[in-house]
Design a protein around this ligand. Structure first.
Ligand code: AMP
Length: 131
């Protein structure tokens, strides 16, 4: 069965999209740890990041870097944290989270409530800073 992220890529499930190219896709986490929390994924459905080929891994990181630069330009923060967890969704995803202090990336803490409109505006804001 296709992963929930494959369904998002195919447009079968809605998302707050930021960018895509032939190989990769970036969108907002629906349940963000902070405003601007992005997920960057390969379109190829692979569960574990280190099962990607070397080239796929490098290209994914390069795509994530473009999103991180746009995210940092869009949302004031000290740095953008890049994290891979993958315990919930078995489809490779890099979390990008705007960071002020360490607790900003506490994945176990209650998530940040955001309305659909806020998520839509945030995705557009980040997309608008892509180079
Ligand atoms: P993990 O697999 O532990 O790295 O966590 C999966 C992440 O995917 C969580 O932060 C979820 O909030 C997020 N997530 C799950 N379903 C969706 C969805 N339909 N759209 C956007 N983000 C999602």
């Amino acid at each position: 069965m296709a992963s929930i992220f494959t369904k998002i890529i195919k447009g079968e499930i809605p998302c707050y999209k930021i960018a895509e190219n032939e190989q990769f896709f970036a969108f907002l986490d629906i349940n963000p740890v902070q405003k601007g929390h992005c997920l960057v994924i390969p379109k190829k459905e692979v569960d574990y990041i280190f099962d990607l080929t070397e080239q796929e891994y490098i290209d994914l990181q390069l795509f994530a870097r473009q999103i991180a630069l746009a995210l940092q330009a869009a949302i004031p923060c000290k740095k953008v944290a890049t994290t891979v967890v993958g315990l919930e969704v078995p489809h490779v995803h890099i979390h990008l989270v705007p960071l002020q202090t360490l607790p900003f990336i506490n994945f176990a803490a209650p998530r940040t409530a955001m309305s659909a409109q806020e998520l839509k505006d945030t995705a557009q804001l980040i997309a608008g800073h892509l180079i």
